[in-house]
Design a protein around this ligand. Structure first.
Ligand code: SAM
Ligand code: SF4
Length: 480
């Protein structure tokens, strides 16, 4: 693939800036700053896309509000990964009709993965007449133009156009959420075509940003005070495969680890087929790359993994886990599991349980299979009843909850480094452990004695544990 052609050209960026200026002028006539309300469904990649869109909105003169009723523009960035996610979006889009009745000048926008699908755009066109702009993932760089067309011609705008090879957008400053955590996209799209997954269809082919662009953004995040930075990609382990051998993911991690400053770096997602022992060696050697990995296994049965087109076996996953633990004994591990993939039997499912008991993940993201139109699994025979799937799912949760609890119990009495957050805890024991913090392994720790330490790395002594969190006190000697 010719990577350079994937970067949005300087000319196109200028064109969009000109549209942004015209939108700004349009709203300036009203004599007050226009406000935008945004909502994001789905994964961190979507969060990062919304931050880019917010960056474009800021360039168009918009401020941001928390209340739909105050907004001049409402934008919902959607997720297509499961039917449940789409149903929630339709519910929220339905709600927009009230906002539009109250304020007919309101501009309503639906974008992202769900909007990239033709059948969704058609449904919005025919059944949700109060949605003004619909654009898919490929049209994101054209958002200023679409907004200008909508407000100047007072007509609905639909844009699902775009090359499935996708684009790389540089030169737009994202407006990030406040706090110490930041997302940094290092690549976009996916080439893997897991048979259940819609991502390659709605986000296009894999393409990597250059290490120079990533490092520049990373340094800027550190300078702005972000201390917990997550590198994003659907399969970070194949980062750079389109860069002609210039840089791979472990090398990128090494470069990032050399950036001066006080920070932690994490990354997601790692596909087991592409994770290498070199990745774990680099993590083990590094100063600031967290000993923590999200390594989705999806299933424990090789037959099911094959049908899923995952291209690894349970044994290969286990060997990665063993190697990671041999070089980082304290590494925290999380994973994704799909229950009830078409044709999965109770015997297959038992292999997933066996794998969980063997690996003992710190926590899991668990899903019941949801058929996605256009994917290979959409047409696969699926004889297991919904009740049976739900039963297996409940069993999986019970097993994992026990393991999570046991793993958290092992922390009691230990001294751990944490990054103190700004948020207060509503569920603390006797209102004692009030401050949220995170360990290097992203375990949630509620702290006592942490007032005034927001945004700082401190040591804490863990005093209690539950299935979902740890509770601790700031260690002696940690000054304010
Ligand atoms: N790229 C990542 C990977 O390979 O693991 C994650 C992509 S996806 C946003 C996150 C998770 O959603 C997947 O790991 C999978 O467990 C789940 N998922 C994807 N498609 C699904 C489907 N059709 N039904 C149920 N779960 C699904
Ligand atoms: Fe979907 Fe598989 Fe790509 Fe992950 S690697 S985004 S699960 S197709």
């Amino acid at each position: 693939m010719d990577r350079t052609s994937r970067v949005v050209s300087a000319e196109e960026l200028e064109r969009q800036r000109a549209f942004a200026a015209r939108v700004r002028d349009h709203y300036a006539l009203r004599g007050r700053m226009p406000l935008a309300w945004t909502q994001t469904f789905g994964c961190q990649q979507n969060e990062a896309d919304t931050e880019l869109i917010r960056g474009m909105l800021a360039e168009m003169g918009f401020g941001f509000c928390e209340d739909v009723d105050e907004a001049d523009i409402v934008l919902i960035n959607t997720c297509a990964i499961r039917e449940h996610a789409e149903d929630r979006v339709y519910g929220n889009v339905g709600e927009l009709s009230h906002a539009k009745k109250k304020n007919p000048a309101l501009i309503t926008v639906l974008c992202g993965c769900m909007a990239q699908q033709k059948h969704v755009a058609e449904r919005i066109r025919s059944s949700y007449p109060y949605v003004d702009i619909v654009f898919g993932t490929h049209a994101l760089p054209r958002f200023p133009q679409l907004l200008f067309e909508c407000i100047s011609r007072k007509k609905r705008v639909f844009d699902l156009e775009g090359d499935e090879r996708g684009y790389i957008l540089e030169g737009v400053e994202p407006v990030r959420q406040k706090g110490r955590r930041a997302w940094l996209s290092i690549m976009y799209g996916c080439n893997n075509f897991c048979s259940y997954c819609v991502v390659p269809y709605v986000r296009g082919r894999e393409r990597s940003r250059t290490p120079e662009a990533i490092l520049a953004e990373f340094k800027s995040l550190v300078a702005q005070g972000y201390k917990d930075i997550t590198l994003l990609g659907q399969n970070v382990n194949s980062y750079g495969s389109d860069l002609g051998g210039a840089c791979d993911f472990p090398t990128l991690l090494e470069m990032i680890d050399e950036v001066p400053g006080e920070f932690w770096v994490r990354f997601m997602t790692s596909h087991p087929k592409d994770a290498s022992t070199r990745l774990f060696d680099v993590m083990a050697r590094s100063e600031r790359i967290c000993s923590s990995i999200h390594l989705p296994v999806q299933a424990g049965s090789d037959r099911v993994l094959h049908e899923m087109n995952r291209r690894y076996t349970a044994e290969k996953h286990l060997s990665l886990v063993d190697y990671a633990r041999s070089v980082m004994p304290d590494i925290t591990m999380t994973s994704d599991i799909i229950v009830g993939f078409p044709g999965e039997t109770d015997e297959d499912f038992q292999k997933t349980i066996d794998l969980l008991e063997r690996v003992r993940f710190d926590s899991l993201f668990t899903f019941i299979f949801s058929p996605r139109r256009g994917t290979k699994a959409w047409d696969m025979p699926d004889p297991m009843s919904r009740e049976n799937k739900q039963r297996n799912f409940d069993r999986l949760l019970a097993v994992q909850n026990r393991i999570s609890r046991e793993k958290n119990d092992e922390y009691v009495g230990r001294r751990v480094r944490v990054l103190v957050g700004e948020e207060e805890n509503e569920k603390s024991y006797n209102n004692e452990y009030t401050k949220q913090s995170r360990t290097e392994g992203f375990k949630l720790v509620y702290l006592r004695g942490a007032e005034g330490l927001e945004g700082r790395f401190v040591d804490a002594i863990i005093e209690r544990s539950s299935t979902w969190a740890l509770f601790g006190a700031v260690a002696d000697g940690e000054s304010r």
